[in-house]
Design a protein around this ligand. Sequence first.
Ligand code: BGC
Ligand code: BGC
Length: 596
Amino acid sequence: MTDWSISTLALSDWPKAQTPRLQSEKTEALIERILEWLTPAQKVGQIIQADIASVTPEDVAAYHLGSVLNGGNSAPNGNQRASLADWLELADAFWAASMRADGPRIPILWGTDAVHGHNNLIGATVFPHNVGLGATRDAELVERIGAATAREVRASGMDWAFSPTVAVARDSRWGRAYESYSESPQLVAELSAALVRGLQGISGNENFLGDTKILACAKHFIGDGGTHGGRDQGETIATEAELREVHAAGYYATLEAGVQTVMASFSSWGGRKMHGHKAFLTDLLKAHWGFDGVVVGDWDGHGQIEGATPTDCPDALMAGLDMYMAPDSWKGLHASLLRHLESGRISQERLDDAVRRVLRLKMRAGLCTQPTPSERALAVRGNIVGCTAHTELAAVAVQKSAVLLKNANNVLPLQSNQRILVTGPAADDLGMMCGGWSLSWQGGNLNPTDYPHAETFLAGIRRVGQEHGGTIIYSPDGRIKDSPDIAIHVFGEPPYAEFRGDLSTLDFQPRDKKDADTLKRLRKAGIPTICIFLSGRPLWVNPSLNASDAFIAAFLPGTQAGALADVLFATNGLDFSGKLSFSWPQYADQYALNMG
Ligand code: BGC
Ligand code: BGC
């Protein structure tokens, strides 16, 4: 049997975290009373989260499940394009199941990956991914994005966002690099705390976890951004001091901001998977840092620890996990946990502590005094999701996140009355602008009707260009009869998420140099060319950089990408203000190019 007392951490070297003291005697006493009358099966149910694709309201009632999530590909009736009304109806059904008179009547908690706006919902405002927000270096803006996201999540009847990602990505080959604000621990700390304040409100203030707020989640604890070779879910190559100084930065900051949940990482350190690492989950996070919220697992991640399967993993609980994310494995897990409780393999004390944390979370989130989701503050109002205030905020974020890498002969800003050729595979492709975690897990295949308020680059350049008396000619492959005054080529990475985005080289197009070829052709024809490059990370693009006059890193700007056109034309004196938050490689093999 595993020896849970083993701690590989020198805890006295780790600074304390300024976790706000939020406990009240009254609530704690109430929790103890509830704990007394819950049955073992009800307790085990509370610490399990199932995915809506694999669980019904009936199951929630029968097994007393504490939480549901919608994974990146899950939606009501399996319909990714489900309406706001469909989401609310399902939220009501789960809530009603958890509140049935024949059960413990503990309201269910619904979590979603609102990682750049409420991105799973049709019609939502999709903000730039974190890599772009890092380039804005604007914490106030990020806080406002958090507040807008909370309102849209609330509008659809959910309670909890699995964000911010506080990973400090140290190798840009990682398929999740774009979920990271920066390679710089300080910047990650600053922006992730801001997002938490926006999502949850400010701890100590009246609006903290109030009617317009949701729960946040700092993820993935700990070291996800430091895995070997940038391999997703891999082994973190770092000394304990590096974990403390680099990868822990976002935890100090978000804990101080009062973040209520922390997600365990798929990755491992010292050969041990984080889901089973008691030294981190319990000794560091809970004991040393005083975190009294919930440690949630990641998508069957508990099943990856030694000797475990998704349906059988007592060790994760004993290591300090409080809620298993068991999307499709929840039923088997429920049975095995009950068995392990009877055999003594899991202790009553640890189970009670996990349930206590889940109950505390629900009370802090105000769930116990809330009506059914569709009757809550923002849900009844249909004018929140994708509203003008939010899309205008997203437009500002797009403008502030773009980084100008090159501007030879001052081709920018664009002049009035020009004939402008817009080319490239991404000019009018919303999927490429939004990247992964956009309507689906991997993203892509987005229709204009999915986000009626969206503005692609092409649409933005048309809008602003025409105001300036320009003529806009669109040709995806860049071939036209009459020569334009200037060309704008929009291109970049296809959408991806998680391990599917892992790379072996930072060379943008290692085999075909399609885009560089188009650019060379334009150059030969004597047409000045501006590149707008969409990517989730810095990539080696020297052939394109060299073949163009101006080059803009626009990252993954989201639905309001077209707002960049105002910067291109310097509308109202707008200028490029974004600064790279990741080092840009000079050579294709500079994988781990970090400041300092
Ligand atoms: C990801 C998490 C995400 C979860 C739920 C996992 O695969 O690692 O970041 O929150 O799925 O979709
Ligand atoms: C889910 C994601 C999840 C991923 C993990 C997908 O099917 O939709 O939410 O993160 O699986 O592998």
